[in-house]
Design a protein around this ligand. Structure first.
Ligand SMILES: [Zn+2]
Ligand SMILES: [Zn+2]
Length: 267
């Protein structure tokens, strides 16, 4: 994995991670990654009023500078922003004070509920629950465009209670086409987030390559890969397998972002 960067990791600047920057860098070096991006959580105005899902990028970046000197792998400074209809202006204002290598835009709340908590799915069929999530991705990424990578488009499948949990292109072709065309036209990247394809309860969600084949047909160029690691042993998890899969769809590059510019790395 010579020049591959893990584009999505959480250091202890995220409230749900205790991984230090040093531990993460050591793990990346050990498994032969070229580096990683620390993309800590910034979810402003969470429905439950949880203020912890924000961090001070100045502190994160100051610490990163110290580690960068001694690190054998690249250290990129990033943020994972959680988009909601009511926080776009605040998010933009917050970020305007800082510079990042990588901005991931993710959706963690659907109409005020985090699917992580399971209540979201109560009384909803898979079609409604997943369809609404995809609609929100489209709507919010039209309204908010200052990002590089669309994070975990399949987050909705991670904690779902359905027997068949994976999210397939064939179930929502129009919704996927809208998202994929938009990403492709604006030169943004879609993420393979390997945190989704882990065994939790029930069926382990799997990646539908038809989504990536269609993205390519629509002119999509940039795909990024991230472990979404909150612990050092998950850094770079399953990358070889998914990069191989991506290559089988005809993609020649995996892309990370440095100083907000796409850096394609040959597969
Ligand atoms: Zn996320
Ligand atoms: Zn994340």
């Amino acid at each position: 994995m010579a020049a591959i960067i893990d584009s999505h990791t959480h250091s202890n600047f995220s409230p749900d991670s205790s991984m230090t920057i040093k531990e993460a860098l050591e793990a990346a070096e050990k498994i032969g990654l070229a580096g990683l991006a620390f993309t800590d959580h910034l979810d402003l105005k969470t429905p439950d009023g949880d203020m912890r899902f924000a961090f001070d990028p100045a502190l994160q970046q100051r610490e990163a500078i110290l580690h960068r000197k001694n690190s054998k792998v690249d250290l990129l400074s990033g943020v994972e922003i959680g988009l909601q209809p009511g926080n776009l202006k605040e998010t933009s204002e917050y970020l305007s004070n800082y510079q990042f290598d990588t901005i991931i835009a993710s959706i963690h709340f659907v109409d005020g509920v985090d699917p992580y908590k399971g209540d979201y799915y109560l009384g909803l069929q898979k079609r409604e629950a997943y369809g609404r999530y995809l609609e929100l991705i489209y709507e919010l990424t039209q309204l908010y465009q200052d990002f590089d990578i669309l994070g975990h488009y399949d987050y909705i499948s991670r904690y779902a209670p359905y027997k068949m949990r994976s999210l397939f292109y064939r179930e929502f072709p129009d919704k996927f086409d809208a998202i994929l065309s938009s990403l492709s036209q604006s030169g943004k990247s879609i993420e393979i987030n390997t945190n989704t394809y882990r065994h939790r309860n029930g069926e382990t969600p799997r990646l539908d390559l038809n989504i990536f084949k269609r993205y390519r047909e629509l002119g999509g160029e940039f795909v990024s890969i991230g472990s979404d690691a909150h612990t050092s042993e998950r850094i770079g998890e399953q990358f070889e397998y998914y990069l191989f899969q991506l290559k089988s769809c005809g993609f020649k590059y995996i892309t990370h972002f440095k100083e907000r510019k796409a850096v394609p790395v040959k597969l």
